[in-house]
Each structure stands twice: as C-alpha cells, then as structure tokens.
Design a protein around this ligand. Structure first.
Ligand SMILES: [Zn+2]
Length: 491
C-alpha cells in the first residue's frame, strides 16, 4: 500500500510541478510586457490608450501565471494531505538512507506506476532485479522508472500469493489514478484555458504593435517634453523622435522654448535637448522645433506644458534692517545692474558647447535648508521667491563646482554677497552665492567637484550658508533638476 502511495504521489506531483513552471513563464512574460511602455524608447510617441492596452495584456498574463501557480500549489497541498507522506525531500533522504544500509531493493511496476521498495518477503516473485528494473544508478538515486508490466513479474512463474498481491496493487493503482484525475482536473483545465487565451493575447499584441507602428510611421516626427507637467522653474528634457530611418536626411534642427534656443544632441532614444519653464509662467509654455531635411523639406513640431502655480509665500525671515525694507532707488539700480550681469552670463552660455561629460553634483553634501521657489517675507515687509537652493554650511566650509565649466563671473553683489558663476556650456550656468571667499579666478576651467570657494554670510542672509542657483540661458531654474540629468545630454 505504501509503495503505491509513494509512487502515485510522485507521479501525481509531476503535473503540479509542470504547472508551477508554466505559471512562472506566464509571470515572467507578463511582467516583461507590462513594463515595455516604460522603457522602450519607441513607446514615447504612443497614446495613453495604446499604453494601457499593452499594460492590460501584460497584467492579464501576470494574473494568469499567478493563478496557475496558486492552483498548482493547492493541488500539491491536497496531494500531500491525501497521501500523508511528508515532503518529497524527506522521501528522498529516506530512500538514500535505506540504500546506504545496503538493504536489498527491488522495483514493483505496472504499465502506469513504478515504485522502489525493499524486497518484500511476502512477495515471492524473485525477479532478477538488475535485468528487469532499470539501471543500478537509477535505482540508487531512487528515481522511478516506468519499466516492465505486472505480468512479467507475477504472471506465470509466481505463486498464487504473488498473483493476488499484484491484483491488489492493480486495483489500488486504478484507485490512485482516479484520484489523480480528480485532483488534476481543475489545474489542467486552468492550464489549457491559459494556453488558449495567451495565444489570443499574443496575437492581439502583435496586431496592435503592427497597427500602432504603422500609425506612428505615418504620423512623422514627434516632439515630447519630459516631465509632462513640470513646476515653474523646472528644467525639462525635449525629445525628438521618429525622424525617419535615414537620419542623415535631417540637415538642421532649430528650436526655442520660452524664448530660449534649444540645442539638440543625438541619443539612443532620438534627439534630445534641455529646455526650461520660466519661474513666473502662469500659462502654457510652448516649444517649437523646425526640422530641415536635405531635400529642403521643413517640418515644424510643437509641444507644450502647462505648469501649476507655485504656492503662496509662507516663509517668514528676519534679516539685517538694510535688507528688510524696500530698497532705495540707488540700491535698486545696483541690484538691477547685478541681476543683468548674472543674466548676461546665462545668455552667453548658449554660445559654447557643453563642457561637461558626467552628471551634475551637489555643491555641498550637507542638507538643503530651503528649497526652490518658496515664497518668503523679509522682516514682514519685502516679499520674494527663493530662486535657488540653500545648503547648510559653517563659515569657511568648502563649496564644490557642480560640474566642469569655466569661471565667468566673480563679484560682490548687494543681495548675493560674494558670488561665483560657472558656465557649463550649452546654455547651462550655475551660481554660488554668499561666499566668504572665492578660490578661483575668472577664466579658470574648473573640474567637476573642485573646491571653488568657502561658505560665508555675505549679502542678504540670516546666517552662513550656500545659496546655489542655476540658469538655462536667461531663465532661472531649480538647480536640483540638474542633478537628475544624465550625461548623454551633453554630447
Ligand atoms: Zn538661498
């Protein structure tokens, strides 16, 4: 009885294990399809419903796989309960232990089931074990083989007791086989259902891809902006796709966004450029790009973003009284002049190619004490937007260049105190304000991470810190957005 149970259970488990594997394949292929819209560059031009359709196909695959694995698990559990023999691992160890003890073993088999067991003294069939029942290695490892038939063993030569025994085994086998059918049926039905529906799903996915690719091809070049809903003062990435297979036919790409020129560079996912959303923008910001081809044909592409408004002022700060009241006309003129200087530095940056080849770094590793765009009131009288990011730092702490660039301006500003401006080329400049000391000179090319100055408390401050600013051309942007750029945008 136990022989039969062991054998049956093993064979019974084959089906659930197969289902486990099937489930795994489904889960893997489902996950793969599910993520396609998020990494494949060609998918940027696809519409929302197209992305959703692919996600739905992937999700249903994933769900099918999980369901099948669950079904298989339930079947295995039920088999374990029905046979009450512990795990397969325990059975293997038991079998090996018996083998090691040198106990004589033989195999009992029928057309459907095979089992190993110590030679039963009540069975007098006397089969020469080696000739009938598989190789020695196979027996030693306890793997079951489907060999022989009961008649070979018990048939003519056996005693009546032997024949009766085989008879019993036969009926038990039938019983177990019925049991297996009963247990397997839901899992097998589930597998067949999933095979059929997955075929349909893949067919739908294939047809859909053919259709969508044809639609994209007919649509021509595409311009997109990322992120799709940037904040005011955000640095954005513009991507030009679908320029045609023969890239050489494009001879020029020119464009502007919010009045600033765009510099497109080739990348794996098309041509990319940096752009900026003005801090004070309240309406839609549009990018216009003109692609000129060798044939003289020109395509004008447009893309736009609508930033949400910045929150109202909430920071209350106390500063030296000369900064806390509205500026007199002479000081106002000085502040305006200094602003123009920094602005000119930003605009000139369009004239030189990008100087950087590695991602931007934080100028200080310390915590940010005030983020970008916060509205603040000084001494309850003067209101302004914080157009940079403040980093903590004691007086004299080092300040690092965010990336490779040229020192283009060192000055003492009324609001900014001691300032250093770096031109990174391609329209990107960074400024370091309130320094106690600048350690570089105008015209120097600085390395990424080089110490360019020391933290101070010059200008309009509440205490020593670094105020870090960034511009794209003439537009002030959130410098922390620079840290998200990959170096591919510089080439
Ligand atoms: Zn600041």
């Amino acid at each position: 009885m136990r022989i039969i149970e062991t054998a049956s259970r093993l064979e019974l488990r084959d089906v659930p294990y197969g289902l486990w594997l099937f489930g795994l394949v489904f889960v893997m292929s489902g996950s793969f399809v599910l993520t396609v819209p998020f990494w494949a560059p060609e998918w940027r031009g696809f519409q929302l419903w197209e992305r959703l359709a692919v996600v739905a196909i992937g999700a249903s695959h994933l769900a099918g796989g999980l369901f099948m694995a669950g079904r298989a698990h339930a079947t295995v559990t039920e088999l374990d309960r029905a046979t009450n023999l512990g795990s397969q691992r325990v059975r293997r160890l038991w079998s090996r232990w018996r083998g090691a003890r040198g106990t004589e073993r033989t195999a009992l088999s029928c057309t459907r089931w095979t089992a190993t067991e110590t030679r039963c003294t009540s069975c007098a069939c006397g089969c020469p074990e080696a000739s009938h029942f598989g190789s020695r290695r196979r027996r030693r490892t306890g793997r079951l083989a489907r060999v022989g038939t009961p008649s070979v063993c018990g048939g003519s030569s056996g005693s009546r007791a032997t024949r009766r025994r085989w008879h019993t085994i036969d009926s038990l086998l039938v019983l177990q086989y019925e049991n297996r059918r009963r247990l397997d049926r839901p899992a097998t039905a589930c597998r067949e259902y999933l095979i059929v529906t997955s075929g349909l799903r893949y067919a739908a996915l294939g047809a859909f891809l053919v259709f969508s690719t044809a639609r994209l091809g007919a649509q021509g070049a595409l311009l997109s902006i990322s992120p799709a809903r940037p904040l005011p003062g955000a640095l954005v990435t513009l991507t030009l796709q679908n320029l045609g297979h023969d890239r050489d036919s494009v001879v020029a790409i020119a464009g502007t966004m919010a009045g600033e020129p765009l510099h497109f560079v080739a990348s794996r996912s098309g041509r990319r450029a940096l752009g900026a959303v003005p801090v004070d923008s309240v309406t839609t910001v549009e990018a216009i790009v003109v692609v000129t081809r060798a044939s003289g044909k020109r395509d004008t592409l447009r893309a736009s973003v609508t930033p949400p408004p910045l929150p109202p002022p909430k920071e209350q700060l106390q500063v030296d009284s000369r900064f806390g009241r509205p500026l007199d006309s002479a000081t106002a003129a000085r502040v305006a002049r200094e602003g123009e200087l920094a602005l000119a530095v930003g605009r000139r940056s369009h004239d030189s190619p990008p100087q950087w080849t590695a991602p931007f770094l934080r100028p200080r590793t310390s915590a940010v004490s005030s983020g970008f765009g916060t509205g603040r009131t000084f001494n309850g009288q003067v209101t302004s937007r914080h157009l940079g990011v403040d980093f903590r730092g004691a007086l004299g702490a080092p300040i690092h260049a965010a990336n490779r660039g040229v020192v283009v301006l060192i000055d003492t500003f009324f609001l900014g105190g001691r300032v250093v401006y770096l031109d990174h080329g391609g329209g990107v400049t960074t400024g370091y304000l309130h320094l106690s000391k600048a350690l570089v000179s105008v015209g120097d090319t600085v390395r990424r991470g080089q110490t360019i100055g020391l933290v101070g408390a010059t200008g309009r401050v509440t205490g020593p810190h670094l105020h870090w600013t960034a511009r794209y051309g003439g537009l002030t942007v959130n410098p922390l957005d620079l840290l998200k750029l990959d170096a591919g945008l510089s080439r």
